[in-house]
Every structure is written in C-alpha cells, then in structure tokens.
Design a protein around this ligand. Structure first.
Ligand SMILES: *[C@@H]1O[C@H](CO)[C@@H](O)[C@H](O)[C@H]1NC(C)=O
Ligand SMILES: *[C@@H]1O[C@H](CO)[C@@H](O)[C@H](O)[C@H]1NC(C)=O
Ligand SMILES: *[C@@H]1O[C@H](CO)[C@@H](O)[C@H](O)[C@H]1NC(C)=O
Length: 219
C-alpha cells in the first residue's frame, strides 16, 4: 500500500535501479517457481511410479489367483423307449480348470425341462470337494418319483419324438460353490449350468450334442 504510493515518485527520478530490482525479484521468483515445479514434478513421478508398481502387483495377483468357473460337458443323455416306466439318464462331467484353486460343491440339483415344463429333478451328489485340475463324473438317472411330469406331457414328448424324429430337452445343473484359494475360501456362488440336449428316435443323444460344453453362469 505504502510502496505503491512511493514507487511512481522513485521511478520518475531514476527508473533503472527499480527495473533491476524488479528483474532480480523476478529471477528469484522464477527460480523458486521452477524449483517448486521440479519438486512437484518429482513427487508426481514418484507417486505415479508407486501407483504403477502397486497396479502391476495387483494385476499379477489377480491374474494368478482369479478363479475360473468349473466346466460342464454333456456326454450322454437318453430317454429309453419303455412307455410304462419313464426314465431319463445322463452323464455330465465337471472339470475344475484351476491350477491352484479347489472347489467346494455344497449340493447339486439336476433338473430336466421339456418346453419349459419341469419334467423332474433330483439331488445328484452329496457335497464334495474337487481338487484343482480334477474331473468329476455325474452319471445319474431320473425315474420314479424324481420324474414329476404328468402323463400328458410325457405322451406329448413321445409323439413329438415319433413325428419330428427328435426332441429338444434341457438339463440344468445347479450348485452352490465356494473356491478354496490356499487356506482362504470365497463366499458361496450359485452356479447354474444349462445343457441343451436333443435325442433322436432311438432315444439317445444326437451325435452333434455329444461332448458339448454347457454354458455356466453365476448368480
Ligand atoms: C461318462 O462320460 C465320461 C466321459 O466320456 C466317461 O469317461 C465315463 O466313463 C462315463 N461314465 C458313465 C457312468 O457312463
Ligand atoms: C480326482 O480326484 C480323485 C480323488 O480325489 C482321484 O482319485 C482322481 O484320480 C482324480 N482325477 C483326476 C482326473 O485327476
Ligand atoms: C435344489 O432344489 C431344491 C428344491 O427345489 C431347492 O430347495 C434347493 O435350493 C436347490 N439347490 C440348488 C443348489 O439349486
């Protein structure tokens, strides 16, 4: 405030020293500014490098520890001819594709649908633990009380098989699973595998469906 009043008077008498004074101050400012800039740039660089390293470690851990969902394949499915004693049998394999991660299956349901009508269901296996890289065979059959469908639907299926020469069914396998990573277990995931199956007039799975992979989703 005081300076601004005085300065014009001084600059009138001799402008050079003041100019030099200003320049010197400017240089000091500039040096100080560039120092601050450099320090902040360095801090920024260190921080970014730190973030990069942390990100890289997280990524590597995530890639190596990330659990892959189990793989389901359908190998056999049959609807034998016997009209008075309906039954359906199937053979599905479940593979744990992980190298270091085991899988706990709490319980498992197998359900067969025809035209979105539930034909029958049953519990397939007792709860079990699947080691890494292991394959479990689920070969079972639905018959008797496990086939809950009414006679009318069953007749409809048989008729379609006779007329069209094939019939499309759906086998769904559900289970609640947990992944075991080292000594730690993940929370339960509801795994849901859907196998489309088509059987021919001989009652067995059409060749194009054999060994097909069944899509799996989690809820
Ligand atoms: C089920 O299919 C698998 C793979 O083709 C086979 O190794 C296994 O012997 C079959 N199990 C039964 C009971 O048919
Ligand atoms: C899967 O594990 C069982 C025992 O837990 C073992 O007998 C079987 O050989 C294993 N299968 C494969 C394909 O590693
Ligand atoms: C199996 O089916 C029963 C009866 O519908 C149901 O209560 C149970 O939650 C099912 N379990 C799985 C894992 O889908």
């Amino acid at each position: 405030m005081h300076n601004s009043g005085r300065l014009p008077v001084q600059s009138n008498s001799n402008s050079r020293p003041i100019k030099r004074h200003h320049t010197a101050r400017e240089i000091v400012h500039r040096v100080r500014d560039s120092l601050t800039t450099r320090v902040s740039k360095l801090v920024c660089a260190i921080f970014l490098a730190f973030l990069l390293v942390v990100g890289l470690i997280t990524f590597v851990l995530w890639v190596s520890l990330r659990p892959h969902r189990p793989r389901f394949h359908i190998h056999e499915f049959s609807v034998p001819e016997a009209t008075y004693n309906p039954r359906m049998s199937f053979n599905v394999t479940i593979r744990n594709p992980n190298v270091n991660i085991g899988i706990y299956y709490d319980s498992m349901n197998g359900t067969v649908y025809y035209k979105d009508t539930k034909f029958g269901w049953k519990q397939l296996l007792l709860p079990f633990y699947q080691k890494p890289k292991n394959t479990t065979v689920v070969a079972d059959e639905l018959s008797g009380s496990a086939l809950t469908v009414d006679g009318q639907r069953w007749t409809e299926l048989k008729n379609e098989l006779r007329v069209a020469g094939m019939v499309l069914l759906r086998l769904e396998i559900t289970s609640n699973i947990r992944f075991k990573i080292s000594t730690w277990q993940t929370k339960r995931h509801h795994a849901h595998a859907t196998c489309d199956v088509s059987v021919g007039t001989n009652g067995v799975l059409l060749p194009t469906y054999i060994d097909r992979r069944c899509p799996v989703y989690f809820t």
